[in-house]
Design a protein around this ligand. Structure first.
Ligand SMILES: Nc1nc2c(c(=O)[nH]1)N[C@H]1C(S)=C(S)[C@@H](COP(=O)(O)OP(=O)(O)OC[C@H]3O[C@@H](n4cnc5c(=O)[nH]c(N)nc54)[C@H](O)[C@@H]3O)O[C@H]1N2
Ligand SMILES: Nc1nc2c(c(=O)[nH]1)N[C@H]1C(S)=C(S)[C@@H](COP(=O)(O)OP(=O)(O)OC[C@H]3O[C@@H](n4cnc5c(=O)[nH]c(N)nc54)[C@H](O)[C@@H]3O)O[C@H]1N2
Ligand SMILES: [Mo]
Length: 762
């Protein structure tokens, strides 16, 4: 039994049904309402739903999908996942108040499932776990700040502290947070991006000069072809299905590249369209390429080879030579490198035929209006940066960057993960950013790079870092190698979490631990100058305001901005000239400072008040590429071929339909036909037979790496439509299997989607 993971027990109630062949529709609406109203006070739940993603409401905390630029549904721009995330935050039947912590010791709470922990409701008061204590007890805010400040100031170096950020933190809080951390003296600011789209940020910075999407919301509807790679939008970005449906109605085509036939890729019923509900929804995918795990680079290379062949057949119609000559560099070397690869070999690596790949290429060979979308299926492998570079090679061949209806579209996860980076939450800040901070705030920011998420764990483990401060998130469960990470956190002098809900990271603690409860996205935020709003940046780079509307569950909650302000005052003790109280009292003043420091935020306070917000400048969108060569960069990348020994499978760790990252809403994964159990492993029926296993057999999963075997106990075998040699299971339960130093080259993202495992009867 692993002591730090969710209990490795089975519910004993697993039911298997048929996987869905469409997403949304009536079941999703019903589910949304069930989730909002179950366990909530009716008025709060309804109030929250009608204000979700409205121009004067709050930004949905569930994902970073942008809101439509123009029309918005009058009921709500919501989806089932958003409704669940909102319900999770506004739920009031229970609260995780001091009574809960009095009743259960930390050891008792560790025995509970993540589902149970989340169900205890919102945290209501700051809590402290003193050295050697068994229970968390209430603590006053000022004592809590003093305790943190004393520990921080007692460190031998500011670099012994780590300041993590999850991606829900607003622009205002993020800017203030990084300012405080840099004034304290370190760049140790790992964030959830390190485990998420870091490979994207690295690849796009190398190739396009900006680590962000080059498309706008309208481009999705105007595209001729959208290729969706390694993403499950039906569960993780359901509002994306609305423009996809619209583009299909406009005659567009969709190619899906995924080892699984995810429901949301197959067909969609718009939950707010009576036509869809009566007549059935829109078939979404035209060509489905069921690739093996991490064979996407081979697929993209095969596509590029086929495009070049097509160009020979119809010169001038396939490749945009003018774009290539004017805006790119490295084309010749790239084309030459393709000669090393045989089409048949590349297709075989993917588990596809050349004819299947040709069918996809035929859809976009004569149009540049091609968008490629991707998410975790592309970013969490060892060679992810190279794979994403290959995505860009294809788009550059077609001249699809900087045109209407075309471009690169990483789909970000957390609702403000992109904004947090823009605000400077980054362990590798750009010199220009630090120069601006120095000028505006008259101090010398630290210049050396800090720890990313994996390096932070290793530093704590080695005793080089002693204080862990988490602004949101659930670091212990999110990062890889759960047991190693737990050992690392337990070595700390102090662990602090600013949180809305109870989670396992509060229970895997340092010598002293603090939980600081904060307002969430839905909560009304009042400060000295009156009601405040915050702002967030979507995946397409729109910055818009978010205004909480429900009364906070407890008068003890503080906003993240207020928490940072108080902490900065206590720690820095007037060392710098920032008037933290004045900034906390009126967030407009923070936005004024952001405007002074970060390019693209001119007239921030005015522009952010416009309904729908504003787009921040984006070089690639206007064909300005701030790369080393000043041009968009073709790159030469070599595909990795996973030749696994007999008996091994390549495991990808994915999200179920009933979770938000480490927050488990329920034990179902409706779209995949799994009910009442999360400890399942999806396998190909032939692999099950070959390994001498049977449907519903209970097995252990093992990964062997550098001579160490890691085991995740008790998973139920579920036969599934997945390529041979591949397997899937849910995170965070499987994070025990991923070695801490198994990470992507250059981006250091844990390899959560390619872990070699063996399976043995439990
Ligand atoms: N409801 C809900 N919404 C969410 C989240 C949530 O947990 N719940 N999380 C948010 C966050 S932070 C993020 S980052 C996003 C995540 O959104 P996704 O990236 O959609 O999330 P995953 O479940 O990790 O799904 C990865 C998909 O990639 C596929 N895949 C895995 N390996 C490969 C591969 O090698 N190649 C290809 N082509 N496909 C592969 C899997 O089959 C799966 O469909 O969602 C955000 N939105
Ligand atoms: N094996 C495996 N591991 C993965 C992944 C994977 O696909 N496979 N995905 C990775 C990805 S993409 C990501 S983004 C990370 C996610 O990593 P994190 O961002 O660290 O994790 P979350 O589960 O999103 O964090 C949930 C907690 O955030 C707190 N919270 C919620 N809202 C707020 C708020 O408004 N303010 C504050 N202060 N706290 C709040 C709540 O207390 C809740 O318990 O996990 C990564 N880990
Ligand atoms: Mo993410």
């Amino acid at each position: 039994m692993n002591q730090n993971t969710p209990p490795e027990k089975l519910t004993g109630d697993l039911e298997l049904g048929k996987p869905y062949t469409e997403a949304a529709g009536i079941p999703a609406i019903v589910k949304s309402f069930e989730h909002v109203f179950q366990g909530t006070n009716l008025g709060r739940g309804w109030k929250a739903l009608v204000n979700l993603n409205q121009k004067d409401g709050f930004d949905c905390p569930s994902c970073a999908w942008p809101d439509p630029d123009g029309h918005r549904s009058s009921i709500a721009e919501y989806c089932e996942s958003g409704a669940k995330a909102v319900a999770d935050e506004v739920m009031t039947k229970h609260t995780a108040s001091p009574v809960l912590f009095q009743r259960y010791s930390v050891a008792d709470l560790l025995e509970k499932t993540d589902l149970w922990l989340g169900q205890q409701g919102r945290l209501t008061q700051p809590m402290v776990l003193r050295p050697g204590a068994t229970h968390y007890v209430p603590v006053g805010w000022s004592e809590a700040f003093q305790l943190i400040a004393d520990q921080l100031n007692a460190l031998d170096s500011p670099n012994e502290a780590i300041f993590y950020t999850s991606g829900r933190t607003s622009n205002e809080a993020a800017f203030l947070y990084q300012l405080f951390v840099r004034m304290f003296g370190t760049n140790n600011m790992p964030d959830c991006s390190n485990m998420c789209h870091e490979s994207t940020s690295v690849a796009l910075a190398e190739t396009l000069g900006l680590g962000k999407a080059s498309v706008t919301y309208e481009d999705y509807e105007k595209a001729d072809v959208i290729m969706i790679m390694g993403q499950n939008p039906g569960t993780n970005a359901p509002r994306m299905l609305t423009p996809l449906e619209q583009m299909k109605r406009n005659g567009g085509k969709i190619i899906s590249v995924n080892p699984l036939h995810e429901a949301g890729l197959l067909a969609f019923k718009y939950p707010q369209s009576p036509r869809d509900i009566l007549l059935g929804g829109e078939k979404l995918t035209d060509v489905f390429l069921q690739v093996r795990i991490n064979s996407d680079m081979a697929l993209l290379k095969a596509m590029c080879k086929l495009l070049l062949e097509e160009e020979r057949k119809t010169p001038g119609r396939v490749i945009n030579q003018h774009f290539i000559d004017t805006y790119t560099s490295g084309y010749e070397a790239f084309v030459k490198s393709l000669d090393q690869f045989e089409l048949g070999d590349l297709a075989a690596q993917c588990g596809l035929t050349v004819a299947q790949i040709q069918e996809a290429v035929d859809l976009f060979k004569h149009t540049p209006k091609l968008i490629i979308c991707w998410a975790m299926g592309l970013t969490q492998h060892k060679n992810s940066v190279d794979t994403i570079n290959e995505v860009i090679n294809l788009l550059l061949l077609k001249g699809s960057i900087g045109i209407e209806g075309g471009g690169a579209s990483p789909i970000r996860g957390h609702s403000n993960v992109q904004g947090d980076r823009t605000m400077g939450i980054w362990e590798k800040p750009k010199p220009e950013f630090l120069d601006a901070l120095e000028k505006v705030f008259n101090f010398e920011p630290p210049r050396e790079n800090g720890y990313d998420a994996v390096a932070a764990v290793q530093a704590m483990h080695a005793g080089d870092a002693k204080v862990f401060f988490g602004m949101g998130g659930n670091f212990a469960m999110a990062v890889s190698d759960t047991n190693y990470t737990a050992e690392a956190l337990k070595k700390c002098k102090l662990t602090v979490h600013v949180s809305t809900k109870l989670n396992r990271s509060h229970l895997i603690h340092g010598e002293t631990a603090l939980i600081l409860p904060c307002l969430g996205r839905t909560d009304h935020d009042r400060q000295e100058s009156g009601d405040q709003f915050v702002s967030c940046e979507s995946t397409t780079g729109v910055v818009a305001q978010s205004h909480g509307i429900v009364e906070p569950v407890s008068t003890h909650l503080k906003s993240e901005v207020a928490i940072i302000g108080e902490l900065a005052k206590a720690t820095l003790r007037g060392k710098y000239t920032v008037d933290w109280d004045s900034l906390v009292g009126n967030y407009d003043r923070i936005r004024d400072l952001i405007e002074k420091t970060i390019p693209g935020f001119d007239n921030y306070n005015e522009k952010v008040r416009k309904p729908g917000g504003f787009y921040i400048p984006n070089g690639p969108r206007v064909r300005e590429f701030k790369t080393k060569t000043g041009k968009a960069q073709f790159t030469v990348n070599v595909p990795t071929h996973h030749e696994l020994p007999a008996g091994e499978l390549l495991l990808m760790t994915v999200r179920s339909h009933d979770q938000f990252n480490t927050t488990v809403y329920g034990n179902d994964d409706r779209y995949r036909g799994v009910y009442n159990e999360r400890r399942v492993v999806f396998m190909n029926a032939d692999d099950i037979a070959n390994l001498g296993l049977a449907e519903k057999q209970v097995v252990d999963l093992h990964s062997r790496y550098d001579g160490i075997t890691r085991t995740a106990h008790r998973f139920i075998v579920v036969p599934y439509n997945i390529p041979r040699g591949c397997a899937a299971a849910y995170f965070p339960e499987t994070n025990v299997l991923i070695p801490i130093d198994s990470k992507a080259d250059r981006s250091h993202t844990p390899t959560s989607k390619s872990i070699a495992i063996t399976v043995s009867p439990a």
